[in-house]
Ligand binder design. Structure first.
Ligand code: URA
Length: 424
């Protein structure tokens, strides 16, 4: 279809056929649809939305714009996607846990951008760990260990890279059909059969209100099921950080503790909720998930000695500064966004996708909502590089941790579960 025809048809608010959407996506990738035409299409979608059928067609076309991985017959292929959060290290735990439960987990992940951390950045603090495996290596690791966590190759959903960059440029990122197409095309290209979505809500989340998170989750589940996936979503709290560790190497340390049956209760609870399998708690307690993680790390070239000895993780040499409560009382809030901003200025995050991160900096947040604290009690330990931006990080943490006069309780961690039957 001539791109002009497509744009006139969008302007006239006509239903877009599967063929027209496919031709548009192919044209974006091969350059026959110009960047201004693609940007115009994006702004139309932003204003008008897409029907479910159109969103399924967009998702399928974006998936087909690159390689779709295929795997030999065998156990169910499963993955998880999180809309991103602060201290969200769930993938590091869930992939080996699922593998230990008998699934195959071909997990392609991303890097941190803005205030949210990235799974690949965290794993790369393990010396030698490779996140750039080619397709042959991915196959070998999956066959050997039942799971991998690696970066998306250039060949996975190339249409998404182009459209996402354009959405950013024309300020149209926040469009549910475009978000759904973007997320699901990459997951479908992994060749998985089961997908669990962690849609976060709160100050540290992409979707700040629960209403917006539910709307996105419903769209994601409906389109995923329409595209042939077994899919469900959990709406989960991101008004406070997940666990205590926020950064890169520190999050590996906390993930290892959780895989060994220890770790913070909220992190363990979220992993178990997303796994939704009665055997999972025992597998974590037994340490078998940790053994599986260590096998995956070794298969991806990582030095497993660093899992037992955090000093061997990358970024050593960061200094510690302890922040204490300025008054006694009860912790009312630990604002996720404020904690993320602190980690970011310390050097744990990036603005542009090619900026480096410092694996060794970050925070241990000791304060928990509802906890009584005494004046002078540590509420956070900041890991900094030669004092860089330490005063700014302190100010962010101070504003984030609110201490008041009365007891408080945290909002529920898992707000809602949305299954296929709820949306069809
Ligand atoms: N994450 C993605 O992968 N794509 C979006 O559009 C938004 C969040």
């Amino acid at each position: 279809m001539d791109p002009h025809e497509l744009l006139y048809s969008m302007r006239a608010d006509e239903t877009q056929t599967d063929e027209a959407i496919r031709a548009f996506v192919d044209g974006v990738v091969d350059g026959t649809v110009t960047r201004p035409q693609a940007a115009s299409w994006i702004t139309h979608v932003y204003r008008r939305g897409l029907s479910d059928a159109e969103t399924v067609a967009l998702t399928r076309a974006m998936t087909a714009s690159g390689t779709v991985l295929s795997w030999p017959d065998g156990p169910t292929l499963a993955d998880k996607h999180s809309t991103g959060g602060v201290g969200d290290k769930v993938s590091l735990i869930l992939a080996p846990l699922w593998a230990e439960l008998g699934y195959r987990v071909p997990m392609l992940s991303g890097r941190g951008l803005g205030h949210t951390g990235g799974t690949l950045d965290k794993l790369e603090s393990i010396p030698g760990f490779r996140t750039d495996l080619d397709e042959d290596a991915l196959r070998a690791v999956l066959a050997d260990t039942g799971c991998f966590i690696s970066g998306q190759t250039e060949r996975i959903a190339p249409a998404d890279r182009i459209l996402y960059a354009l959405r950013n440029e024309v300020c149209c990122v926040e469009s549910n059909p475009l978000i759904v197409g973007s997320i699901l095309s990459k997951k479908l290209a992994e060749g998985v059969q089961r997908l669990v979505l962690d849609v976060k809500t709160g100050s540290g989340a992409f979707m700040q209100t629960e209403e917006a998170a539910v709307a996105l989750a419903v769209d994601l589940v409906r389109v995923a099921v329409g595209a042939g996936l077994d899919c469900e979503a959990c709406i989960t709290a991101m008004d406070r950080p997940l666990g205590q560790a926020v950064g890169n190497a520190v999050e590996v340390v906390e993930s290892v503790a959780t895989l060994q049956g220890d770790g913070p209760e909220d992190l363990r609870a979220l992993v178990l909720a997303l796994t939704d399998d009665p055997r999972a708690a025992e597998v974590l307690r037994s340490g078998r998930a940790y053994e599986r993680f260590a096998r995956m790390v070794a298969a991806q070239g990582g030095d497993t000695r660093a899992l037992e000895k955090p000093k061997k993780l990358a970024g050593r040499g960061a200094s510690e500064a302890v922040m204490v409560a300025e008054r006694s009382g009860w912790v009312q809030a630990v604002d996720a966004r404020g904690i993320a901003d602190a980690a970011f200025v310390l050097g744990a995050g990036r603005i542009r996708s090619d900026d480096p991160v410092d694996p060794g900096v970050g925070l241990w947040v000791h304060a928990e909502i509802g906890q009584p604290v005494a004046e002078g009690q540590p509420i956070a330990t900041l890991l900094h590089r030669d004092g860089k931006n330490l005063a700014r990080a302190f100010a962010s943490v101070k504003a984030a941790v609110v201490i008041g006069d009365s007891p408080a309780t945290a909002t529920p961690l898992v707000r809602r579960r949305i299954r296929a039957a709820d949306v069809l």
